[in-house]
Write a protein that binds this ligand. Sequence first.
Ligand code: C5P
Length: 211
Amino acid sequence: MKKIIITIDGPAASGKGRIAKYIAKKYNLTHIDSGLLYRKIAKLLIDNKINLKNINHIKKLLNKNNNFTLRNNRDLRNEHIGKVSSIIAKMNFVRKHVNKQQILYTKQKTEKTGFVIDGRDIGSVVFKNADLKLYIEANEKNRAKRRHKQLIDSGERSIYPEILKDIKLRDKKDIKRKNSPLIVPKGAFIIDNNGSFKDTVSQINKLIKNL
Ligand code: C5P
């Protein structure tokens, strides 16, 4: 049977991850967090002290590491790794590497009904023919507040004005970049995530029930 594909795009800290986890659980789908793959590459570059201007070095390291797991890790969630991720996410060869991995995951045998994949270019570039495309919207202040709370709750250091500044900077990088900028994908439903989680998922459940 054909596996269903649901894509979720949206800016940093818009709630994509939480929504994707909820959908995965409720509809028995595998969750692929594409941001995690960028973060894993960023961490690898940081750990190996690789200069981000040394393209050949980055390419070599990627060739040796083409099998990242989908396992999440709290270490990857810090703001420094987030910043480095958005720098390397501008590089076309890095994007191709990450996209190939995502497509490979969806080809693997699975008992699940399909996949829910979240990121910035999933419905616009990687899975253009997805069964359902969602674009999550939330204003900068709400996103910064949520990210700040997440960091504090997980015992990390966080200063709200810095988080807000960071989110604005990451939005700018994601929207303005030449390669696969963050856009509302063609055919995507815009979901307002400024209110409660319950309101958000009720908008989404209606769409999934109509599939
Ligand atoms: O979503 P998350 O914040 O974990 O992603 C880390 C960074 O990876 C983002 O700031 C973004 O620049 C980049 N990214 C991307 N395309 C994706 C997923 C993430 O460019 N599909």
